[in-house]
Design a protein around this ligand. Structure first.
Ligand SMILES: Cc1cc2nc3c(=O)[nH]c(=O)nc-3n(C[C@H](O)[C@H](O)[C@H](O)COP(=O)(O)O)c2cc1C
Length: 195
């Protein structure tokens, strides 16, 4: 009985410690930040070179909320979704590891350790956002496209740089994000500040 109790306490401690390590708390998204839609549309473009400056936690928080955060009390999101299937997940890859954006709590859940960032034309961004569909179906590309445009417009409005990238090391990213065989990576978005 003593052995069983010890094993149970040890297991609970390990679970508690892991859970403590797995969350990166994001600051509350700043929905008041400046930015004009028409100006952002004028400035939107694919940019493939990035300053080395790390993306601040506030900018990452605001970017993730803009990409596909909850914007209404009924839980719906900044990006529309065919039949409200909400099938697109956003992952973050930074130099420390990979993270799943959990939109309900507006937080990042750690998925894996290591640097799995994907460069574009040999330019390494501070982060990649990865748009993953739960299943490949008729509308997954369309749903991911809205999230992608939200990322483009946020970056254009905030002197940040991004590009939608369909060519990347699929094997590395799939394994780093621990995706199931049903999940499909639609796009990778390198993101950083403009040089
Ligand atoms: C679905 C999709 C996939 C793309 N994949 C890549 C890519 O793998 N590499 C790249 O350099 N640009 C990629 N792009 C960016 C396009 O080349 C870019 O949008 C196009 O040249 C128009 O330039 P603009 O975005 O500055 O208007 C992709 C864009 C889309 C929409």
């Amino acid at each position: 009985m003593k052995k069983f109790t010890f094993a149970l306490v040890a297991t609970l401690l390990v679970v508690a410690c892991n859970a403590g390590e797995t969350i990166k708390t994001l600051p509350t998204p700043n929905k008041e930040r400046a930015g004009e839609l028409m100006q952002a549309l004028s400035d939107r473009q694919s940019i493939r070179e990035y300053a080395e400056t790390p993306v601040s936690l506030q900018d990452l928080s605001d970017l993730l909320w803009a990409a596909n955060g909850v914007n209404r009390p009924d839980g719906k999101r900044t990006a529309p979704s065919a039949v409200n299937r909400q099938d697109i997940k956003v992952y973050v890859i930074d130099s420390e590891g990979t993270w799943l954006y959990e939109h309900t709590g507006h937080e990042l859940l750690k998925v894996s350790d290591g640097d799995f960032r994907q460069p574009i034309r040999e330019n390494m961004p501070p982060i990649n956002l990865v748009l993953v569909a739960d299943n490949e179906w008729q509308w997954s590309g369309v749903d991911a496209g809205y999230v992608s445009q939200n990322i483009y417009l946020f970056c254009a409005a905030n002197n940040m740089a991004t590009v939608a990238m369909g060519m990347f090391d699929k094997e590395v990213v799939t394994s780093a994000l621990k995706l199931t065989p049903e999940q499909q990576i639609v796009l990778v978005h390198p993101v950083g500040y403009q040089k």
